[in-house]
Design a protein. Structure first.
Lengths: 147, 305
């Protein structure tokens, strides 16, 4: 009897929080991350997710010669720092924001087009016994034609 | 965009499965923004560890704006006759055709914008709006957006900003509302239109010196990304049909060779930018190119019919 009452309440709660978290993430991406692209044109793609402390995400994308790119990766304030690195097909690390004081953006261009992989990781909590925090992480790409 | 979650714990799978059923989402996937604050029992360290191992995977295709920019930067002239006629927009009544053609019309819109075909920009925005409305993506392209576009029709920066914004709003809406398969079809339509227009613009008289041929070869790098994106929605009949078409295209792309030296990053302090240096050698014969062009045209024709 009790479970038949709990399930609809739980379902309602999950549906409401699912949609509100989604809308919140999109708003965060537009309000906080988009301005980080500065003079670069946003490509229009949307990549954002709610990540938990210590959680990792990967993104695969082809980058073209003739373009200047800016990658912007932003995490909500309630999260610890967001680390990101760019690796090539042979797993060589081409850039890590750990070496740049966890910068949110990286500007680059390519001599030849390449498929690269981004690894994004929300730093783990210093206090592992506590419930891990979660929050939006947004990845945006801006481009302009190479001068 | 595609996201996929790999989670190892049996307990966590049951928790997520229940959550998936209750919220009407497909199991095994983790659409954008679907996650919310989940309270994990703090005493169960193994569950927390498993949760931390969860891996989100995005597969990013070149966007319509990026595809159009690649064509323009190659110095290619543009032919309006290659676009999907706006009069076709009444034909699309299924979710599959509306999703594919939302991507296609957005790509066409990007071309009209970058090549400053101002008369056509509003027309293509209206066709994209019709597709978005048909898919239930309300308010993504509303009247204020059309008005702003009209007011700034000669300002290419603002026009590109509006296109980028509407494309992002469409895809984020679909992802966040558990319509990942529809979102994938929008992205697929946009990618195919860029490839279709590129291949049709190639003049075989200057095949070896044509910069655009190089950009088409580069699409080989994205075909696996596209397949991964589609396969994450496998089981959806519309997606399964597209997978078969893309697999045929991959067979042709597999005949193209791309070899790269090791990439060496070189930081330039003056521009605060890094150059990723590498030597790449590619090989695509005119015969393979013709085969590719025919296959792309056939697939694109099935999308716009």
């Amino acid at each position: 009897m009790r479970i038949t009452r709990i399930i609809p309440i739980l379902a309602f709660f999950m549906i409401v929080t699912t949609f509100s978290a989604g809308a919140q993430c999109k708003a965060f991406a537009k309000k906080v991350c988009l301005p980080e692209l500065g003079a670069y044109t946003h490509d229009g793609n949307y990549h954002a997710a709610v990540l938990v402390e210590g959680e990792e995400a990967e993104l695969y994308k082809t980058f073209y010669s003739d373009m200047d790119y800016r990658i912007a990766i932003c995490g909500e304030e309630k999260l610890p720092v967001v680390e990101f690195k760019i690796i090539d097909a042979n797993k060589n690390v081409l850039y890590s924001n750990k070496d740049a004081n966890f910068a949110k953006t990286w500007d680059f261009k390519l001599q030849a087009s390449q498929q690269l992989k981004l690894i994004i990781r929300v730093a783990p909590s210093d206090k592992p016994s506590e419930t891990p925090a979660s929050g939006c992480v947004s990845i945006m790409f801006g481009f302009k034609v190479k001068k | 965009m595609n996201k996929k979650t790999e989670i190892g714990s049996g307990i966590l799978i049951w928790v997520l499965l229940l959550a998936g059923i209750l919220s009407g989402c497909k199991g095994g996937k983790k659409p954008a923004g679907e996650e919310t604050q989940i309270t994990v029992p703090t005493e169960n360290a193994a569950v927390i560890e498993d949760f931390k191992k969860a891996k989100t995977i995005f597969n990013a295709l070149p966007s319509p704006l990026e595809s159009a920019m690649l064509v323009k930067s190659s110095g290619s002239k543009f032919d309006v006759a290659l676009l999907n006629p706006i009069g076709n927009d009444n034909k699309y009544v299924t979710n599959k055709s509306m999703a594919l053609n939302l991507g296609i019309y957005t790509c066409d819109l990007s071309f009209t914008s970058l090549y400053e075909k101002t008369q056509l920009i509003i027309d293509y925005m209206n066709s994209a709006k019709k597709m978005a409305d048909g898919l239930g993506i309300l308010k993504v392209i509303d009247q204020p957006t059309i008005d702003r576009l009209e007011e700034n029709i000669n300002n290419s920066e603002i026009v590109m900003e509006i296109i980028s914004d509407t494309y992002m709003n469409s895809n984020s809406y679909l992802e966040e509302n558990g319509q990942s398969a529809i979102s994938t079809m929008v992205l697929t339509g946009g990618w195919f239109e860029g490839l279709y227009i590129s291949t049709q613009l190639i003049d075989f008289k200057n095949f070896n010196d044509n910069k655009l041929v190089g950009k088409i070869i580069d699409q080989k790098l994205s075909i696996d990304i596209l397949l991964n994106l589609l396969e994450s929605n496998k089981g959806n009949p519309s997606i399964d049909e597209i997978i078969l078409q893309v697999q045929k295209l991959k067979v042709i792309f597999d005949k193209v060779t791309i070899t790269s030296s090791q990439i060496k990053p070189e930081y330039d302090k003056a521009s605060n930018s890094t150059m990723l240096k590498s030597d790449v050698k590619t090989n695509m014969t005119p015969e393979v190119f013709r085969e590719l062009t025919a296959a792309v045209a056939e697939i694109r024709s099935s999308f716009v019919k």
